[in-house]
Design a protein around this ligand. Sequence first.
Ligand SMILES: NC(=O)C1=CN([C@@H]2O[C@H](COP(=O)(O)OP(=O)(O)OC[C@H]3O[C@@H](n4cnc5c(N)ncnc54)[C@H](OP(=O)(O)O)[C@@H]3O)[C@@H](O)[C@H]2O)C=CC1
Ligand SMILES: CC(C)CCC[C@@H](C)[C@H]1CC[C@H]2C3=C(CC[C@]12C)[C@@]1(C)CCC(=O)C[C@@H]1CC3
Length: 344
Amino acid sequence: MEKVVVVTGANSGIGLALCERLLSSDSQVRLCLACRNMERAEAARAALLTSHSSARVDLLHLDVGSVPSVLGAAEEVKTRYSRIDFLYLNAGIMPNPTVDIRAFFKGLFSRNVINMFATAEGLLTQQDQLNSDGLQEVFATNLFGHFLLIRELEPLLCQPGHTSRLVWTSSSNARRSAFSIEDIQHRRGKEPYSSSKYASDMLSLALNTHKNKQGLFSSVICPGLVMTNLTYGILPSFFWTLIMPIMWLIRIFTNTFTLTPYAGAEALHWMFLQKPESLDPRAKYHSLTSGLGTNYTEPRIMDLDDEMTEVFFSKLLELERAVRRNLSEKTADSEHYQQYINRT
Ligand SMILES: NC(=O)C1=CN([C@@H]2O[C@H](COP(=O)(O)OP(=O)(O)OC[C@H]3O[C@@H](n4cnc5c(N)ncnc54)[C@H](OP(=O)(O)O)[C@@H]3O)[C@@H](O)[C@H]2O)C=CC1
Ligand SMILES: CC(C)CCC[C@@H](C)[C@H]1CC[C@H]2C3=C(CC[C@]12C)[C@@]1(C)CCC(=O)C[C@@H]1CC3
């Protein structure tokens, strides 16, 4: 039977590598590339069809960082498909990253060095801004837009007698101490990326608590450190190329340097092959690569607090209501404005 698989941020990096892997392993897959840049989406589709000429690959315009775009895309999905088997919540941004060089050299000669390379703890900050919906951009893109998409697609994800799956591309950079329940959008801090990824870990757990009975199962994965547009935004690509021998060397000490999008997509692909009942909702599934270059997936228990997770979930539902209210007021305002224009 055909399996409908929707992937956000599918036009490059880990998302595109996942699509390639899915088409290689299952001929029944019907892919939907949900992307904000349609030119790049067309190019990704063409590349996929070059190696899989008979594959079904659809395109969907989705800017996950914009509420009207998410609502529009969800409407379109509802007209195209009668159910969704897998929804990969993969699109993500890390705007204006800065590496703390002093912290890097300090960490290099500390006992924490392996953890520093694996999680970037204490190394990275970002500069965030408000988007057109009045939300913090990183929170809106990495988390809230995806949450709204899930809420809108519930009729297709919670079908009686059918199991659907959500898979979040989280990160080893997700850290509880970067997240504040009083400031869920991370308006005041300097680690919006880490905060948004921790938020996705919590949301996945909450969705399992609330939706498993309706046949919807959620999981989180970590792709490791992968060379993509996101990492080329941290340090220029020529620098990464220059230090590649060192990166291969570091691989001997940490299996989290997966480096290629193909290896980074290991856990995302592995998820596709698993029965949801066999998965631990409190675990993050890591793509790992051994020193000899073997790719594999390993679960690690996340640092999650049940009470805070529930409070966070209700705050998201509250924010969803506020955002919808704001949007309908704006629509009403522009209708009044239009009527006024028509009268004059
Ligand atoms: N690379 C790494 O080391 C790691 C990456 N990750 C996560 O992996 C995921 C994929 O990133 P990666 O492949 O590395 O980086 P890329 O930049 O290659 O991919 C990110 C994808 O997300 C899309 N995207 C960004 N913003 C939006 C938006 N508003 N609406 C729709 N799509 C959007 C991009 O599209 P566009 O072309 O339009 O920009 C692109 O397709 C992200 O969630 C990232 O946080 C996690 C851990 C490590
Ligand atoms: C000599 C080099 C190996 C120096 C590289 C230092 C840092 C730039 C990197 C060390 C750990 C990396 C890391 C990420 C970005 C680059 C590092 C900070 C991520 C934050 C990228 C995005 C993620 O989601 C997790 C990664 C963790 C590790």
